[in-house]
Design a protein around this ligand. Structure first.
Ligand SMILES: [Zn+2]
Length: 104
C-alpha cells in the first residue's frame, strides 16, 4: 500500500507489525500470552480495520508515529485511490493490482 500523504510504499505486514508493536492493548497481550485461541474476526474488526483507516487518513504516521514529509501526490497514489474506491477494504486486491500495473 502506498502512503496517502507521500507515496511511500509499505507492505501490508508493516501495518500488522505496527499493530503488534504499538497498538495491542494490554488485554490482547494477555490473551496471546495465555495462549487462548486468537480470534481473527475480532482482530480484523477491532485492530486491523482501525489501523487501515488510520493509515489511509494519516499515512506513514500511522506506522512510524511521525508525520511524513514532504506530502505529495503521484500517479501511483491517484491510481491507488481509484482502486480503493473500486475494491474498498480488499487491500490484498489493491496491492496486487498496483503490482500488476507496475506502480509499486
Ligand atoms: Zn508517508
Amino acid at each position: 500500500m502506498l502512503c496517502t500523504k507521500c507515496g511511500e510504499p509499505w507492505y501490508l505486514d508493516s501495518l500488522h507489525d505496527s499493530i503488534k508493536d504499538d497498538a495491542y492493548p494490554q488485554d490482547l497481550k494477555e490473551v496471546l500470552r495465555k495462549g487462548d485461541r486468537f480470534d481473527q474476526d475480532t482482530y480484523e474488526r477491532d485492530y486491523w480495520k482501525p489501523k487501515l483507516a488510520d493509515f489511509r487518513n494519516r499515512g506513514c504516521a500511522a506506522i512510524t508515529g511521525t508525520p511524513c514529509k514532504p506530502e505529495t501526490t503521484t500517479t501511483a497514489m491517484a491510481l491507488q485511490s481509484a482502486l480503493e474506491d473500486l475494491l474498498g477494504d480488499d487491500v490484498d486486491g489493491i496491492e496486487n493490482s498496483l503490482e500488476d500495473l507496475g506502480s509499486w
